[in-house]
Design a protein around this ligand. Structure first.
Ligand SMILES: C[S@@+](CC[C@H](N)C(=O)[O-])C[C@H]1O[C@@H](n2cnc3c(N)ncnc32)[C@H](O)[C@@H]1O
Length: 286
């Protein structure tokens, strides 16, 4: 089976540590849940037959929706061709600023919004998703002469995966997204990172602060008590160690892949937390 890969570059994307993550997944499970799916690095790597994926970012989940619907997918690809042909600095700002007029933007048809999200991600500076307090995309132009929005066959492969498997798409809060998870299901949480230095991390218009990290730890424990396999990745911070002290905490080294300050790019410690041990993960430790 040819596997897809993330169709957008996403803050906190897990491509760099995918092999480490794979070592800790359970040997068998029923439905796969990814409540903070972002670019979906682990989702595509595992390509499970039954999955529930979610992200509170509506623009991002609209892209997944459009790729899953074959008619919308075709229309979205035509739009992407158009963006690639027209690409320039002036054009980038024209498309970026569509969300400045909320009335008009809310009426923009879903496949055009999806193509805009992919195009902006490929054409903006450093491939990040960042909005201001008015929920306006505000990343500057990335100064590329050409953009490649399809990355070969990737979008087609993802379209096939989402269509030929039982993949449910949601755009709600993480707690709501996992409410139907049952014993034997596998939930992978990849929340916005906690930090020992800052008190606030902003991904969408809503931040994900310490209180959210604590709420997530409660949900982790509830799912664990329900008999689910639960795995979570985060930075190796004081709060994270405190919240998950009763579970298995595996420390790994990861490369920071999105940071507008080039000097801060480098190695950082991350943790992979599980409520179960499998043979591969255990061998890794000794
Ligand atoms: C670290 S990123 C996920 C990265 C992803 N695993 C990847 O490989 O690209 C965290 C994601 O959580 C989403 N998010 C933030 N708060 C949320 C919430 N309360 N419920 C669900 N998703 C949320 C953000 O929109 C963001 O896409």
């Amino acid at each position: 089976m040819i596997k897809g890969k993330p169709f957008v570059k996403w803050a906190g994307g897990k491509r760099q540590i995918i092999d480490k993550l794979k070592k800790y997944i359970p040997d068998e499970f029923d439905t796969y849940y990814e409540p903070f799916v972002g670019g979906g690095a682990l989702l595509f790597e595992l390509s499970p037959k039954k999955a529930v994926i979610n992200d509170s970012n509506k623009e991002l989940m609209n892209v997944y929706e459009c790729i899953k619907d074959e008619k919308k997918f075709e229309a979205m690809c035509r739009e992407l061709n158009h963006h690639e042909t027209e690409h320039s600095e002036e054009y980038y700002y024209k498309i970026r600023n569509l969300d400045r007029d909320k009335k008009k933007f809310n009426k923009l048809i879903d496949y055009k919004r999806a193509a805009r999200t992919i195009y902006l991600n490929k054409a903006c500076f450093n491939g990040l998703y960042r909005v201001n307090s008015k929920n306006e995309f505000n990343v500057p132009f990335g100064k590329k002469n050409k953009v490649n929005t399809y990355e070969g066959q990737n979008l087609g492969i993802i379209c096939g995966y989402l269509n030929y498997n039982d993949v449910k798409l949601l755009s709600v809060d993480f707690e709501e997204a996992v409410k139907d998870a049952k014993k034997g299901d596998f939930i992978y949480f990849d929340p916005p990172y906690d930090s020992d230095t800052s008190i606030f991390n902003s991904y969408t218009e809503n931040g994900f602060g310490k209180e959210e990290q604590k709420r997530l730890a409660k949900v982790f424990k509830e799912l664990s008590d329900r008999g689910c396999y639960v795995m979570l990745s985060n930075h190796n911070t004081t709060l994270v160690n405190e919240l998950y002290k009763n579970f298995n905490i595996h420390v790994i080294e990861a490369k920071r892949n999105i940071n507008s300050n080039g000097k801060k790019r480098g190695k950082v410690e991350e943790v992979i937390i599980t409520n179960f041990e499998n043979k591969r993960g255990f061998e890794e430790e000794i």
